[in-house]
Every structure is written in C-alpha cells, then in structure tokens.
Write a new protein. Structure first.
Length: 369
C-alpha cells in the first residue's frame, strides 16, 4: 500500500518513524511519502518537506508566516493528488493537518490520525471537524478516549509511543558518557530549551541564569536535531556544554532537568529525572492562549496525573530566583524519591509498551478489512 504521512515536529518524526517500522512488518509492499524528518527517512520514507521548515509557534508567529503556510498547504494538496495514496496518516500537528484532512475527505481519500490534537485543552469544537474528516483516530493519552466518547466518537487508545522509544536502552556508565562527549565528571543538570529557534532564543538565557548558583554541577544543553550548533554557541562556557541529537542519552545521565513545556516534559519523566517545567512566550500569544485554554496545567506529566507532580514556572513566574529555588529542591534526595515514585504511577497510566506496533496492526486491520 501507499502511505502518505504528515508530521510537522521532532516528536512527530520520532513516533512516525517507529510507526513506519511496524507498518513495514504488517505490509511488506508498503511505500511511504512523508512530511517529516531524518528518523522517518532512516526507515525508508521519501521526505517531501522537512519539519524544520514547517514549525511556527504562537498566534503572532503564525500570522507573520501566513504566506508560507498557505503555500505549504497548496503544495501538500497537489503532492497528495499526484501520489494518490491508499491512506493519509496525520501525526499531531493540528493547525496544518486538520486543513489537509478536511480537503482529503472531500477527495474521498482515507484518513487516519495518530496522536490526537490536544483539542481537550482548547478549541474543543474541532472535535466536530475531526468526526467528519478523520476515518480512524488513534490516541496515546488515557483520558482522550473518554473525551472523544463525550462527543459520540469511538477512538482507539493504543498507549504512549514514548515508552517504546525509551525501552531497553543500553545505558553507558556515567564516566564513559562524559568522556565520550567531552564533559567533566560533575553531576549533570540537563537543559531542554525546545526545538524551535524562537523557543531556544527565548528560553535558554533564562535557564542559564542559574548556572553560577550551582557550581558543583555541569549544565548540558540538549541540542535539537533541527538546529545547527551555531544557534547555541554564544551560550557555551566552561560550565555549559552542548550535546547534539542525544537527548535521551543525556537524560539517562542527568540528576535534574530544566525543561521547556512540550513532549520533553513527558520524556524527562519517563527517564525518572526530576524537572522544573518552564515556559515564557510572546505576551500577546500567551494572553490569547490563557483566555481559551481549558486545562489546569501545561505539562503532560501533570495533565495525565491530574495533579502537580512537577513544578511549572510560566511567564512572569519564570524568574532566575524561582528557578534557583525549585532546582535546589529537586536536588535533595528525599524530593527525588517522592518524584520518582509518582513517575512510576504515571508510566502505569500510559498503557504499557507496544504502542507503535499496536497502532500499525490496527491500521492494517482497518485497511484490509
């Protein structure tokens, strides 16, 4: 079969690549044409557009790049028309994907959605569009099945693919990891400032403002695969290093982490790393979001647990003073024990291993029956 997959971010590239791997197991004649990244390409997909050219965050930023977005939409429709896939698989990335899904349904193309847009947080009315233009929805968060059921839509809860991505990793000894990456032997505090250039330039100076307060630790930036090292170079010094494209290896070795809100908060929790969740964005975008978002927390960890397991420092609360105070708490042994116990409960709620394989098998079933 011919699969057309659209992923617009680094996390989508990861999960789509694992899905492609298992789709090839269930369909030996599978062909993949995709919007995504290097991981999808490594699984044999033809990449039409790289996600690094697609990501615009915040309301103001989207408006400033509206011409590019419209051009991408037009190009995508034309490319799908020429390729004539058996199914289009959308991976999160709702602003773009829902527009294409609506168009695709009008063309009588089959549409699957893997990793639901976070419509439970805001724009809940989009569920009606999803019901009309998505044939099958595969959700990865436990509360999403109940959310869709409220709108009389049956979806498949497949578990969270991050559990698969993280499982059975061979962890290097700490000393070997440091030597391999040119680090000192001080314990590590990981900095995850996001994957987009806008996020990095906004977040990294704030995260680094605490460095001098923790001289017994080394700070290591997780370089995003979509960014060149030059984006980070001005921030590096004797106690601040960068490791590119090795976020999971870095988290395995870290004593604590300062994390920009997003999928990375969940990844950090699954590695049992105590964290402070941070976010500071465009003021106009934040005020608009605050008025319409319908959730108590911004981190996936707290949303899934329905409790403040990890501290969130948002907008004006994200100061050097507050960050220092919260990081000091995280580095105490008692605090670490409490947090990791809560992380264990989180993993149970996420549905166990095998999400990518379950999803591929279900997709194959729906396509062949």
């Amino acid at each position: 079969m011919k699969y057309y997959i659209i992923a617009g971010e680094a996390s989508g590239d990861l999960h789509a690549s694992n899905l492609i791997k298992h789709l090839k197991e269930t369909d030996t004649n599978a062909e993949f044409r995709c919007w995504g990244g290097d991981l999808m390409q490594s699984q044999g997909a033809t990449i039409v557009k790289h996600y690094r050219d697609l990501a615009f965050m915040g309301f103001a930023e989207v408006l400033m790049n509206i011409k590019t977005i419209l051009q991408n939409l037009a190009f995508c429709k034309e490319d799908i028309t020429q390729y004539q896939p058996d199914v289009i698989i959308f991976i999160d990335y709702p602003g773009f994907n829902l527009k294409i899904a609506e168009w695709a349904k009008a063309q009588k193309l089959k549409t699957f959605y893997y990793i639901s847009p976070q419509i439970w947080a805001w724009k809940q009315n989009r569920v009606h569009k999803i019901k009309k233009c998505v044939d099958k929805m595969f959700v990865i968060l436990p509360f999403e099945k109940d959310f869709y059921k409220k709108f009389d839509m049956e979806v498949d809860f497949v578990g969270h693919p991050l559990l698969d991505a993280i499982a059975n990793r061979n962890k290097l000894p700490f000393e070997s990891f440091c030597k391999e990456n040119g680090l000192s032997n001080k314990p590590i505090i990981a900095l995850l400032p996001g994957s987009r250039k806008q996020e990095i330039s906004k977040m990294l100076p704030i995260l680094l403002s605490v460095v001098t307060k923790f001289s017994d630790y080394q700070f290591v930036i997780a370089g995003a695969p979509s960014q060149d090292k030059s984006v980070y170079e001005s921030y590096l010094n004797k106690n601040v290093s960068i490791i590119e494209n090795k976020t999971y290896q870095l988290l395995e070795q870290s004593s604590a982490a300062l994390v920009t809100s997003g999928t990375a908060t969940l990844e950090t929790a699954l590695f049992n790393v105590p964290q402070v969740v941070c976010y500071k964005g465009n003021k106009i975008s934040f005020l608009i979001a605050k008025a319409i978002v319908k959730v108590k927390y911004i981190s996936l960890v707290n949303l899934i647990m329905d409790n403040e397991v990890v501290t969130e420092l948002i907008q004006e609360k994200l100061t050097s003073k507050n960050l220092t105070k919260e990081l000091e708490k995280l580095l105490t042994p008692d605090n670490r024990t409490v947090i990791t116990e809560k992380y264990s409960v989180l993993k149970q709620k996420l549905g166990g291993y095998g999400a990518s394989k379950r999803t591929a098998q279900l997709m194959n079933k729906y396509l062949t029956n």
